[in-house]
Design a binder for this molecule. Structure first.
Ligand code: HEC
Length: 102
């Protein structure tokens, strides 16, 4: 392949590759979010005594998740749960739930 053809192929495919990556990220976050659904409901609209997390500001959710992870926020279960995720994963989960309808 000539250089310009290679360049053309690379630039033409880049947006598609980025979109696929973003989609893969969203799918991964959905899988992680499914483990939260057991307690917080499928879309984060919890029932019973468990706080609802759907449609809550992303920063607010992330602050709590990070505080649980560090053991700074008293919790019955969330301190354990939050430890299973990297800070980046918690940020993605907070973003995901902030986008769900209450
Ligand atoms: C075993 C049940 C359970 C699971 C699974 C669970 N949570 Fe929780 N979550 C709770 C409970 C109970 C609380 C209240 C704090 C506590 O007692 O731990 C809570 C609190 C929270 C809060 C703070 C809400 C607020 O307004 O104070 C956030 C954010 C949260 N959970 C996010 C998540 C995410 C994200 C996941 C998945 C990675 C998850 N939770 C999985 C039970 C659960």
């Amino acid at each position: 392949m000539t250089t310009w053809k290679r360049w053309l192929a690379a630039t033409a495919l880049a947006p598609a590759a980025l979109a696929a990556q973003a989609q893969g990220q969203e799918a991964q976050t959905r899988v992680a979010a499914a483990s939260c659904a057991a307690c917080h409901g499928t879309q984060g609209a919890s029932l019973g005594g468990i706080p609802a997390i759907a449609g809550v500001d992303q920063r607010q959710l992330l602050e709590k998740l990070l505080a649980y992870k560090k053991g700074e926020l008293p919790a019955t279960v969330m301190h354990q749960h939050a430890k299973g995720y990297s800070d980046a994963e918690l940020a993605q989960l907070a973003d995901f739930f902030s986008r769900q309808k209450r």
